[in-house]
Design a protein around this ligand. Structure first.
Ligand SMILES: Nc1ncnc2c1ncn2[C@@H]1O[C@H](COP(=O)(O)OP(=O)(O)OP(=O)(O)O)[C@@H](O)[C@H]1O
Ligand SMILES: [Mg+2]
Length: 262
């Protein structure tokens, strides 16, 4: 069974960056394979992982709905399974599946039901699945089965950030999913730490922050140069904090070497 990590939060708070850093840590330092899923319609996890995404699940869905597919004797079920496998980018230590843009006004129910059947299987044979989510997370309720072992809710250290975090916590609690652990982190925190007004707001909302992740110049510069997170130095302050965070919150069994692991 895969250990499912999901990252959610307000737009632009660092969800994709932190998801990509987790993929790096798990593959490079734990030596375990990861199934990475970009579930944000505004897909960017691929570029942060140094990949060029050419096909998304949305393309498969749209091609079928717009009748552009020649099934060549294949059943629709078989075709969808094949097309999803084809759209997954495989690297040595991780795979990436990109969901792509949401559906338009046409009727997609039939195709969506078929897609769901196969998407639920994605990553089940991996020790880890890391999913970079859209801010709303509504798509999670559309999956047939969904177990999240660790939900990381990311915020910026502002009053609006704290209030949005509370809404996302409530939304996560209302979703028809099994959510084992929910953790709030503040990202891009300046040198002086979280502003006291923001801390007061968090306290009044009853939100406990599990990790304070610094604004990091090197990560910013890498993004500004279009570089992947693999270019960031191993000693980088943000990466170090993420490493500490994962060491604390992943089950200890995940740190054991298994036969076949590199
Ligand atoms: N700790 C950090 N220090 C410096 N820059 C950061 C940090 N975290 C994220 N960034 C930068 O902030 C910007 C937004 O980050 P990112 O794209 O990861 O956010 P997001 O939540 O995935 O955004 P979206 O909602 O648009 O998908 C990027 O330019 C990224 O490089
Ligand atoms: Mg993103």
């Amino acid at each position: 069974m895969a250990f499912n990590i999901a990252v959610a939060g307000k737009g632009g708070t660092g969800k994709s960056t932190l998801s990509a850093l987790m993929v790096r840590y798990i593959t490079e330092e734990l030596g375990k394979p990861v199934s990475a899923v970009d579930a944000d319609p505004n897909a960017s996890l691929g570029s942060l992982l140094g990949l060029h995404v050419q096909s998304t699940v949305a393309d498969i869905r749209d091609d079928i709905v717009e009748k552009k597919v020649d099934f060549s004797g294949m059943s629709k079920d078989r075709y969808i399974e094949y097309a999803i496998e084809e759209s997954i980018i495989e690297k040595d230590k991780f795979d990436l599946l990109t969901m792509g843009r949401p559906e338009g006004p046409k009727c997609y129910c039939y195709v969506n039901n078929l897609l769901r059947k196969y998407l639920d299987k994605v990553g089940t044979t991996y020790p880890f699945v890391v999913t970079d989510n859209e801010a709303g997370m509504e798509h999670l309720s559309r999956r047939t089965t969904n177990n999240i072992d660790l939900l990381m809710i990311v915020s910026e250290p502002t009053i609006v950030g704290a209030m949005t975090m509370q809404r996302i916590i409530q939304l996560a609690d209302s979703l028809p999913i099994t959510l084992r652990k929910k953790i709030c982190v503040m990202n891009r925190v300046p040198k002086n730490g979280i502003h006291e007004n923001v801390q007061q707001k968090l306290d009044s909302l009853g939100i406990e922050i599990a990790a304070i992740l610094p604004f990091d110049e090197e990560v910013y510069n890498a993004a500004a140069s279009g570089e992947s997170v693999f270019e960031v130095s191993r000693e980088n302050a943000l990466y170090t904090k993420m490493r500490d965070f994962l060491q604390k919150h992943l089950p200890s069994s995940m740190f054991e070497k298994t036969v076949g692991d590199c």
